[in-house]
Design a protein around this ligand. Structure first.
Ligand code: IMP
Ligand code: MG
Length: 192
């Protein structure tokens, strides 16, 4: 871990802050969905650590499912909004109360695609829970129902979020040192 941590310029959200906020989110979700048939849909790969901790703070019955998507970046700095489903959900969501669990909303293009796609499958309800939100970067309007943290426009890694598939295992959310970007003129984009 020490090897990875030397690439981090600063820690934005500590492990303790993550734990405390996720406990609050779990409580709110447990309250809002009490007595309902709840399905958490985790967007791979970035959302997987968040999901793992979140479900342990949700104290009502629910099931989980996964989908993997790839976003093709037009330029490296922008997500193009052209999204492809790499792995679809296992089961039908028709009539179920679906809560999408995401790592981060940046431009909003990815989640806008996912919600439009899932809506055509007639869930009873469709809401979004994201750990991180970059409101200043939004290009497409998305209604977010549960937000862990609003963060400034900085590229972050850790706690599921990657740069070139690395750093997902860091227990905190941190800002990568700019010299770690392979191309210094461009800020990174990733898949999910
Ligand atoms: P959007 O379509 O621009 O909202 O992009 C969302 C996706 O881009 C997220 O699910 C992440 O996979 C990736 N992403 C956006 N910002 C960051 C970041 O700061 N660090 C790591 N991945 C990010
Ligand atoms: Mg993602």
């Amino acid at each position: 871990m020490a090897d990875l941590e030397k690439d981090i310029a600063k820690i934005l959200i500590t492990r303790e802050q993550l734990q405390a906020r996720i406990a609050e989110l779990g409580k709110a979700i447990s309250r809002d969905y009490a007595g309902k048939d709840l399905l958490l849909v985790c967007v791979l790969k970035g959302g997987v650590l968040f999901l793992g901790d979140l479900v342990r703070e949700i104290h009502i019955p629910h099931s989980i499912d996964f989908m993997a998507i790839s976003s093709y970046a037009g330029a490296r700095t922008e997500s193009s909004g052209v999204v492809r489903i790499l792995m679809d959900l296992n089961a039908s969501i028709e009539g179920r109360n679906v809560l999408i669990v995401e790592d981060i909303i940046d431009t909003g293009r990815t989640l806008s695609y996912i919600t439009e796609n899932l809506r055509t499958r007639n869930p009873a309800s469709l809401k979004i829970c994201t750990l991180l939100n970059k409101p200043s970067r939004r290009e497409v309007k998305v209604t977010v129902d549960f937000v862990g943290f609003d963060i400034p426009n900085e590229f972050v890694v850790g706690y599921g979020l990657d740069y070139n598939e690395l750093y997902r295992n860091l227990p905190f959310v941190g800002v990568l040192k700019p010299e770690m970007y392979t191309n210094l003129n461009e800020s990174p984009t990733t898949g999910s």
